[in-house]
Each structure stands twice: as C-alpha cells, then as structure tokens.
Design a protein. Structure first.
Length: 256
C-alpha cells in the first residue's frame, strides 16, 4: 500500500484522524512515539521555529529539507502545509508538490487565501481553476498525493462565513481534491452543516471552543488538526522554565 493510500484510508475511519502538527524532526518522533497515526507540518509553528513570520516567509527549501528528514526517520504518513503554494502559477505550485511527493510526503494543505500584503480570499472561481490546473498537472506526471484544500472564511471572521464556506466547498469539491479543511469553525451547528454539504472528508482545527473529539465524530468530522497550539504551549512553558532558572540561580527548576 502506498503512503497516499494509507493516509487516505485514515480519513475514512469511524474515528476522526487526530493529526499531530510538527515543527521539526524531533516533534515528529514525539507524536509517533505517542501513538499518533499521522503527522503534518504547522506552517506557523515551523516558520516560528526557524525564526520567520508565518505567511510564506520561511523558504520553501527549508520546508522540503524538514520533510525529507522526517520521512526518512518516521514510519507514519506526513502531510505538509504549503500555504498558498509558494508560487503564483499552477505550474509552480505543482512543481513544489512534486518535490514533496518525491521526498515521500503523503499529502499537502493548500489554502484559498493570499497571505500578502494582508490575508484575503482569492476569488472562488479563480481558485477553482487553479485547483483544476494543479490536479491535471499532477495526474500527467502520475503523482498521487492527498490534496487537502483549506478555505478561510471562518479564519478571517467573515460575517457570512458559513454561507461563503459552503459556496466555496461546492465550487472546489469536484476538481479532483481529496479533503476540505475549515480552520476556526467551532459551532456544532456550523460543523454539521459543512459536513452534510460535501462527500469529501472535513478537517477542523484545535480552538478553545472546539467540541471534544466524540462530539466531532458525531458531527462526521474526519480529521482534527492540532495546529500550532502544542508548539505554542511548549514554547510558553520553556520560557517559564528559563526564567525560573535565572530567578533561582540554580538548575533546580529543571528537576522539580
């Protein structure tokens, strides 16, 4: 079974796939050892770990290098967040996806917003055509990789976020993609509406008000992402410990 097939099947289970979002090779090993079935890069966490702001500021070469090392050293599938694709054209985006595929990556996330100069939605029709062209290029080269498309009306806090999300899912779902990612949706009624509107597996992301995993299962969510939140928690704890060592003038806080 290919990595793509393994990863794809994880989106068809009764239980939602809980995705551990990584920021380096060590975090990939931590999730694998903890029993996670798959991992994915968090663009925010990875960029921050390398000293960059999120929004395609981290060089693509750095993403590719981390992806290669992760696939060399872990056995569970890896999906990579490529934000807007790190290119302006379908050809450029497809080439980046091909490089990740050749590195052993099982899937990618591609979002329908442009991060610069300020994050805004691409016109839905324009993005749909981009997806069609990307899928066609990948098929021509026999590249099979899980395309998870992120749509951002909820992330942007639009007043008509639900209607806009449904409209965009309806536009994107027949382009040859494999999944839909709706970050920042938290209301059960909204999630139920979204999952009932598409045959594609729906992915939601960790948020303070997100329902628990049993509730998400009942809402027919198929994938749950950690996002940057475990990384953020770890970074905050590290900062507290570093300060405690200074204040104690001793390494005792590291062993208490």
């Amino acid at each position: 079974m290919s990595t793509f097939e393994t990863f794809s099947q994880l989106h068809q289970q009764t239980e939602p796939l809980l995705l551990g979002n990584i920021w380096d090779v060590n975090s990939a090993h931590i999730y694998e050892s903890a029993g996670y079935q798959a991992i994915g890069t968090s663009s925010h966490a990875l960029a921050t770990a390398f000293g960059y702001d999120d929004g395609e500021n981290l060089p693509f070469d750095s993403i590719l290098r981390v992806a290669k090392r992760v696939t060399e050293t872990v056995k569970i599938p890896l999906t990579v967040d490529i934000e807007g694709g790190y290119a302006d054209t379908a050809a450029g985006i497809a080439e980046h996806i091909k490089m990740l595929y050749e590195a052993g990556v099982a899937g990618v996330n591609l979002e329908d917003t442009l991060a610069k100069p300020t994050r805004q939605l691409r016109p839905a029709g324009e993005f749909r055509q981009l997806l069609v062209e990307i899928v066609n290029r990948l098929e021509q080269e026999n590249i099979t990789i899980f395309l998870n498309v992120r749509t951002d009306p909820f992330l942007l806090g639009l007043p008509n976020a639900l209607d806009e999300t449904i409209s965009r899912i309806n536009s994107y779902e027949n382009t040859g993609i494999h999944g839909i990612f709706v970050p920042c949706v938290v209301r059960a009624e909204d999630i139920r509406t979204i999952t009932s509107e598409t045959v594609l597996p729906v992915n939601v992301m960790c948020m303070p008000a997100l329902p628990d995993f049993n509730a998400l299962k009942s809402l027919n969510v198929k994938r749950i992402s950690m996002g940057p939140f475990l990384f953020n928690k770890m970074t905050a704890q590290t900062g507290i410990l570093a300060k405690n060592v200074l204040e104690a003038q001793s390494f005792a806080p590291l062993f208490s």
